[in-house]
Design a protein around this ligand. Structure first.
Ligand SMILES: [Zn+2]
Ligand SMILES: [Zn+2]
Length: 567
C-alpha cells in the first residue's frame, strides 16, 4: 500500500488523499474537497487530477464539510463511478449542501452528477468501531471525532486480520474540541480514541492555538450570549447572530433554548427567529439522527448527542427514559414555539420542566423589524455575513444603535463578519472618521462604516475545531491510560505551515514526555508516493507486546474482542 497526499498541504481547505496497492488492485481516495477562500481555490477546484477518476474504485469521506466533500460530484462528471463510503449522517448533509450549491459553481457539477453519487453506508453494528470489509483483507473503521454530526476518523486496515502482517493508517478528518472529559460544544458527543496504527494522518487547523479555560467553558459562553439577549430585551433592539448552517446553528439554538428555559418568565417578551432556509433544511433532515444510540455490553448511549444536555437538564446518561428526554429536548430546537405536538419533558430538573421550543414561525422582514421596538433575536446565514439572508439583515440593521451583532467564530478578514470584528472596539466618533464601506455582491446593499452604530460582539467557544491540546489528546494522551499513540509515524496534512510546524513540535515534546518514539512528517506537493510497507518490525513487536500487556491488565477488552470475532 502507498499513499499520496494531494491536498491541502499547508492550506486549510481542499482535503484529498490518494491510496493505492497495485498488486491488490486497490485504488481509492480519502475525501475530495473544495478549496474555499484560498488564493489557489480556482486552480484547485478546476484542476486536472493526478489520477484517472475512472480508475478510482471508491472514496471514503470523513465528514460533510465542503472542504472535504465538495468535489465528489465533479469527480462523477470526470468519469468516477464508484461508491462513497461514509456515515448516513454525512451523506444526508452533503446531499443537501450539493443541491443548494449547484448555482454557485455550475461549471463544477450539476443535479445529474449529484443524482449519480453512490452513497454507501455500513450496516454492521456498531457502525462506529466495527471493522467493515470493503474487499478481501481490506477494512474500514469509523470513529467519532466530535467535530460535526456524522464526522468520523477513518481507519484503513489491510492484510490478513489479526495477523502481524495487517497494517493500518488512520485519517483524523477534522477533530472537534470534545475530549471525553470536557465537551465544549453543547450538542456533539466527544471524540473516540483512534486506536493504534502504523500511521496517523492529522489535521492541524488550530495546531498552534491553546485556548484559555474560560474560552473552553460552556457556561461562560452561554452567559455571554445571555448578556446579549438581556441587552436586546432592555433596549428593545435586535440581536443578529450569523451562523453556519451545520453544527453552529444547532449549538446556538440549543444555548438559546437553555437560556430561555433557565428563566422562562424573563424571555416571554422576546421573539426568536431562525431565518436560514439551508440551515433549516439541514436541521430538519438531520433531526432523526440525534435519536441514534450505540450499545456495548453494559450501556446504551447516544451515538452523537453530547453530555451537556444531560447535565443541564438534570438527566442521567445511562437511564433509558432520561435518554429519551434528552433526545426530545434536542429535537425541540427544530420545532416552532406553538408546535401542537410538543408535550414538555418528563423528569430532570427545573430547566427540564421549563424546556420548550422557542423559535417563532414566519420570520418578519428586516424592514418590519427595523421599524418595530419588539426585542428580536435573529439567527441567520451565511455564517460570515457575506451572503444569504444575513446580508439583508445586516445591511438593514447595522446603522441602528439598538442592534447587536454576535460573531460566533473565526471569519476571514475579507468577509463581512471579519470586517465587523475589525471595528468591534472602534468608538462611534472613530467609526465616523472611517472611509471604509461594507458591501455585498447585491449592489443595492452597502453600509458605510461611518454609519454603523450597532455593537459588535465576538462570542468564543463555538468553534468545531479542537485546539492544540485537543489535537494532542486525540493523538497521544490516551497513552497515559496504557493506550498507544495513534501512529508510529504522523503525517500533518491539513493546516497552514505555521500550525503544522507548531503541532509537530508539540507532538514530539508530548511523545517524549510519555516515552514514545514517533516520527512526524509534513508532506509537500512534491512528496509524491510514500510506501506504507516499510519494515518496522522491531517497533511493531514492541507494540504487540504492549498490547498484550494491556489486554492482560484489562480483561474486559479481551471480552470485547471476542464479541467482535463472534459477530
Ligand atoms: Zn470540517
Ligand atoms: Zn477541514
Amino acid at each position: 500500500m502507498e499513499v499520496n497526499f494531494i491536498g491541502p498541504l499547508g492550506k486549510v481547505t481542499g482535503s484529498c488523499t490518494w491510496m493505492q496497492d497495485k498488486e491488490k488492485g486497490w485504488n481509492f481516495l480519502i475525501d475530495c474537497g473544495m478549496q474555499q477562500g484560498e488564493v489557489t481555490a480556482d486552480e484547485w477546484n478546476h484542476q486536472t487530477w493526478p489520477f484517472d477518476p475512472s480508475e478510482i474504485k471508491f472514496i471514503v469521506l470523513t465528514h460533510a464539510h465542503m472542504d472535504h466533500s465538495g468535489l465528489i460530484p465533479s469527480l462523477y462528471d470526470s468519469g468516477f463511478n464508484g461508491k462513497v463510503y461514509c456515515t448516513e449522517e454525512t451523506a444526508a448533509i452533503a446531499d443537501i449542501q450539493y443541491r443548494n450549491s449547484t448555482h454557485l459553481n455550475p461549471e463544477l457539477f450539476n443535479q445529474k452528477n449529484i443524482d449519480s453519487i453512490k452513497w454507501c453506508h455500513f450496516k454492521k453494528e456498531p457502525i462506529l468501531g466495527s471493522y467493515h470489509p470493503v474487499d478481501n483483507d481490506l477494512f474500514i473503521q469509523f470513529l467519532r471525532t466530535g467535530h460535526i454530526l456524522g464526522a468520523v476518523s477513518v481507519g484503513i486496515f489491510w492484510g490478513p486480520p489479526r495477523s502481524p502482517e495487517q497494517r493500518s493508517i488512520v485519517f483524523s478528518g477534522d477533530i472537534g474540541p470534545q475530549s471525553e472529559e470536557h465537551e465544549v460544544l453543547p450538542t456533539i458527543r466527544h471524540f473516540m480514541n483512534p486506536g493504534k496504527h502504523n500511521y496517523a494522518v492529522m489535521e492541524s487547523t488550530y495546531g498552534s492555538t491553546n485556548r484559555t479555560s474560560t474560552e473552553k467553558d460552556p457556561g461562560t459562553r452561554r452567559d455571554h450570549l445571555k448578556s446579549l439577549v438581556d441587552r436586546t430585551m432592555s433596549n428593545q433592539g435586535t440581536l443578529i447572530i450569523p451562523a453556519f448552517a451545520l453544527g453552529r446553528s444547532q449549538d446556538i439554538l440549543f444555548d438559546l433554548h437553555a437560556i430561555a428555559a433557565e428563566e422562562p418568565d424573563q424571555y416571554e417578551r422576546i421573539d426568536f427567529y431562525y431565518d436560514f432556509p439551508l440551515g433549516k433544511e439541514i436541521i430538519d433532515r438531520t433531526a432523526p439522527f440525534w435519536s441514534k444510540t450505540e450499545s456495548n455490553l453494559k450501556k446504551t448511549r447516544p451515538l452523537w448527542l453530547g453530555k451537556q444536555i444531560f447535565k443541564l437538564l438534570g438527566l442521567t446518561n445511562n437511564d433509558p427514559e432520561h435518554l429519551q428526554q434528552a433526545i426530545r429536548a434536542m429535537l425541540s430546537i427544530s420545532l416552532h414555539q406553538d408546535d401542537p405536538d410538543w408535550a414538555g419533558l418528563e423528569g430532570g430538573n427545573k430547566i427540564a420542566a421549563n424546556w420548550k421550543p422557542i423559535v417563532a414561525n414566519n420570520p418578519p422582514s428586516p424592514d418590519e423589524v427595523a421599524s418595530s421596538n419588539r426585542p428580536t433575536v435573529i439567527i441567520t446565514g451565511s455564517g460570515n455575513g457575506d451572503a444569504g439572508k444575513a446580508s439583508s439583515w445586516l445591511s438593514k440593521l447595522l446603522t441602528k444603535d439598538t442592534t447587536t451583532v454576535a460573531v460566533t467564530g473565526y471569519c476571514g478578514s475579507k468577509t463581512v463578519c471579519g470586517k465587523l470584528l475589525s471595528i468591534k472596539s472602534l468608538s462611534i466618533p472613530n467609526r465616523r472618521m472611517s472611509k471604509n464601506i461594507i458591501d455585498w455582491s447585491n449592489p443595492d446593499r452597502s453600509v458605510a462604516v461611518a454609519d454603523i452604530r450597532a455593537s459588535i460582539e465576538e462570542i468564543k467557544g463555538y468553534s468545531a475545531h479542537g485546539d492544540q491540546e485537543d489535537l494532542l489528546n486525540w493523538a497521544l494522551r490516551n497513552a497515559i491510560d496504557g493506550y498507544l499513540p495513534a501512529g508510529d509515524t504522523f503525517f500533518l496534512q491539513h493546516g497552514d505551515n505555521h500550525n503544522r510546524n507548531s503541532l509537530r513540535t508539540a507532538l514530539y515534546k508530548k511523545a517524549q514526555e510519555l516515552g514514545f518514539n514517533i516520527d512526524v512528517q509534513l508532506p509537500e506537493a512534491t512528496t509524491g508516493w510514500i510506501s506504507l510497507e516499510s519494515s518496522e518490525s522491531t517497533h511493531r513487536d514492541a507494540d504487540l507486546n504492549l498490547i498484550m500487556e494491556m489486554l492482560n491488565q484489562r480483561p474486559e477488552l479481551k471480552d470485547m474482542i471476542k464479541e467482535e470475532e463472534e459477530s
